[in-house]
Structure formats: C-alpha cells, structure tokens
Design a protein around this ligand. Structure first.
Ligand SMILES: [Zn+2]
Length: 252
C-alpha cells in the first residue's frame, strides 16, 4: 500500500452501503481517481461537509495494488463550491462541468490542462462570471484539450487557412471545415462564433466577459460544441440532457 496526496477537485459522490461513500476526484498530479471514504455517511464523520461536488480539496489516499478503488484517508477543504450550489441553475451547471471530467479525464493520468480548466472555471463562477459564457468556454476547451475541436485556424480537410473564409460544421459534426470541404448539410457559422472560438485561446473568462459575445453567438457555440461532442462520444452527456429538459420545463 502506498500513501499519496494531491490537490484535487471532487467530481462525484455516491453512497456506498450504510456508512461509506465512493468519491471520484480529479487530482492535479495523478489524473482522475475513485476511492472509498470510510464512515463518510456517519453523523460525526471526519469527512463531514467536505465531500461536495466541485469542492477544491487537498486529499490523501492509499493506493492498493490490483484495486481500482483507492482508500481516501483525509480530505481538507480548500475552496467550498457553495455559491454555485445556491440555486437550481447553478447545481445543474456544476454537474455539467463535473460530468465532462468524468467522461474526458483519464484515470491515473495527470492532465494539468484538465485540472486548470476546471479549477479556473469554478473560480470564475464563484466570482460571478456569466454562467452561460463560462459553460461555452468550458465545453469548447474540453473538446480542444481532447484534440477533437482545434482552434479554427485552418481547414483540417484541405489545409487552407480559414481566415476570411466561411467556416461551418463538417457533415457528421466532427469539426469545422471550409465551404468547399463541407457536405450537403454544411452551413456557415456566424463570424462572432468563429471569433469566440479563436478568443478562448488567448483570453480567460474574466477578459472574455469584458467584451462578451451576444446571446445568439453563445447559443451557436453551444450547438456546435454539442454536435462535435456527440460526434466524438457517439452519445450525449447525461447532465446536458437533464439541463435541456429541466430548463425547457421551467420555461413552459
Ligand atoms: Zn477545406
């Protein structure tokens, strides 16, 4: 058995038996981990209040050979996610952020880009950056880190530069291509949408917010990212379906 510790962000917490919990967390130095927090459901547990999704923590755990699950031995809270969990929309957005890492981050494989993206997005949300802007920035970056949605500098099909050219989604939603390389369903995206996908490479959320894109642009970014993500995963993220259904229900 080996003792490890790292800064981490909690992604998911599930009950296990009567007294324990299973915690999935994204560490800075060891990728994604899943472990058992013994006694975490007891009233006076040492984990009380710390095992909340999106809490930033310092976690210590024991690795057991030939076991996928580690044993969580201590969790110290560094940043509570409370501000994000104060209303339904914030809770849904929080689970959407976590869901991406549950899906895209690898177990036992450090990825500093993932950790910094999730950390900085939660930090910006707690500082009350616009939630729609944060969600679009985050989902586009997750796809970019996965290598499936590069910044639209050149057309991946013909290799020509995209600057000044019309850009749209490839036929099966696998990425952005020029008009000549698009199939029958190709449709040009708005210039503002392309500009946003370029800006996220250089500007953080706070800076983006100073010159925030229009709602129509953010809606188009959302639709494009959802298509690219579905094309890559071959299905939709569960949390995204829940957000869409819940918000549609509220608006009726
Ligand atoms: Zn092309």
């Amino acid at each position: 058995m080996q003792l490890q510790s790292s800064e981490a962000i909690i992604l998911d917490v599930l009950d296990l038996h009567d007294y324990d919990r299973i915690v999935t967390f994204l560490t800075r130095s060891h990728g994604k981990k899943r472990g058992v927090a013994r006694g975490a459901r007891r009233k006076y547990s040492r984990f009380a209040g710390q095992l909340q999704p999106l809490a930033k923590v310092h976690v210590t755990w024991l690795e057991k050979e030939q076991s996928e699950l580690v044993r969580v031995s201590s969790v110290e809270l560094e940043r509570a996610p409370s501000g994000l969990h104060s209303d339904l929309e914030g809770i849904l957005l929080g689970s959407y952020l976590a869901d991406h890492m549950l899906e895209f981050a690898q177990e036992n494989e450090a990825n500093d880009h993932h950790f910094r993206l999730l950390d900085s997005t939660v930090e910006a949300l707690l500082a009350e950056v616009d939630r729609g802007l944060a969600a679009r920035y985050y989902e586009a970056w997750v796809l970019r880190i996965a290598g499936v949605f590069p910044a639209p500098h050149e057309c991946p099909a013909c290799g020509r530069g995209l600057e000044g050219r019309e850009v749209g989604l490839a036929e099966r939603g696998e990425g952005l291509v020029c008009r000549d390389c698009g199939g029958g369903s190709w449709r040009a995206l708005g210039r503002e949408t392309i500009a946003f996908l370029l800006r996220i490479g250089d500007e953080n959320l706070m800076k983006l917010q100073q010159r925030s894109p229009t709602t129509a642009t953010l809606d188009e970014v959302e639709a494009v990212c959802a298509q690219v993500r579905r094309s890559f995963l071959q299905r939709e993220l569960k949390s995204y379906r829940i957000i869409r259904e819940t918000l549609a229900g509220i608006q009726q």
